[in-house]
Design a protein around this ligand. Sequence first.
Ligand SMILES: Cc1cc2nc3c(=O)[nH]c(=O)nc-3n(C[C@H](O)[C@H](O)[C@H](O)COP(=O)(O)OP(=O)(O)OC[C@H]3O[C@@H](n4cnc5c(N)ncnc54)[C@H](O)[C@@H]3O)c2cc1C
Length: 378
Amino acid sequence: MYQGFYDEIHEEFRDVVREFVAREVAPDYASWDAAHMMPRRLWEAAAENGLLGLAVPEEYGGLGLNDYRFRMVIDEELARANCMAAALAFHLHDDWVLPAVLSLATEEQKATWLPRFTDASFVTSVAYTEPGAGSDLRAVRSKVERNADGSYTLNGQKTFIGNGISGDGSLVLARDGEGYSLFLVEKKDNPGYTPGRQLDKMGLKASDTAELFFDDVHIPAENLLGEPGRGLEHIKDLLPQGRLALSTAAVVVVDAVLSQTVRYVAEREAFGQRIAEFQNTRFALADIAARLEANQRYIAGVLEQFHAGELDVVAASKAKLTTTEFAKEAVDTCLQLHGGYGYILEYPVAQAYLAVRLMTIFGGTSEILKETIARELS
Ligand SMILES: Cc1cc2nc3c(=O)[nH]c(=O)nc-3n(C[C@H](O)[C@H](O)[C@H](O)COP(=O)(O)OP(=O)(O)OC[C@H]3O[C@@H](n4cnc5c(N)ncnc54)[C@H](O)[C@@H]3O)c2cc1C
């Protein structure tokens, strides 16, 4: 990010994160990528370093870090080390599931769940999407039946669920009578909760993404999150943070890729000169640098809205649309400047290209974001 965006306290936090990434993530990342899975020890190490559940208040065992710049520091360091699948896995936990608990849980639920968000004993997934319901969550077919004792029985199927195999449980959206409700569902002691096929993604492979099957899964009454029947409204209220997270991740990745590309073109030669010396290269990189700073300063303003509790779904959608589409274009240009090497997966730019490709799809496709923005205009 640009000079002055972070304070000293963030830079101190960065030292911890950098060491964590160098010691616990980067050395084994390639083998996780090949295995399409990250080990539990990664989560445990993140917990030991205070990097999980950043926003969990101190009374529940967390650090109460509501300043989103701390989350950005984690992303930056993972992006610089070209380990974005770990960033995605942490995002799902900290930016999609945790905010739901923080904003919707009762005091009793918070006391039960929040400490587990920080100590790696409850690695979470967000389970909204189904084979027939992605952009249109009203088409969700998974459903719960209420039992006489107030508990629920869940049946259904989800897909594209990050941390779906490696995780301990999910934030599940299911039909509940005429409406939809949200539940925290644990895998442990629930034989009907079974991960299905591990999906073979283009990129971000170290993060496991899977189908989930729910076959007569028992959900205690106290695992209902928020109001029964209001699950879709709750999801809408949670979208700003998820979309903000993707926006910041997009600018962070471009920042890392731009630096890598500047280094690459300074070394590579063609026609007796460095690639960096061709006017086309200098103009392309200058254009990305200028637009990156515009995006960063825009995001800084969006972050202020978020910190003030004023970031609504339309503003967050505009931010995600702008930054992720920019990232897609900028990383593509950087890949082109690498020539054939840009297409080889051992080069960070190729990995980044695959990572940003997801960003205009996950958390609301660009088309859905435009619909949301356009609705406000009319
Ligand atoms: C790698 C990966 C990880 C994911 N992780 C998770 C996860 O952890 N948890 C989870 O719940 N989900 C996850 N998802 C799902 C993701 O959020 C959905 O893929 C996304 O919301 C789009 O839904 P869909 O795939 O069903 O596409 P569809 O809804 O079928 O859309 C197909 C196309 O039609 C367009 N379209 C749809 N509706 C409209 C409209 N009204 N107007 C104009 N165009 C429209 C879309 O923009 C898109 O271009 C993940 C997806 C991927 C690929």
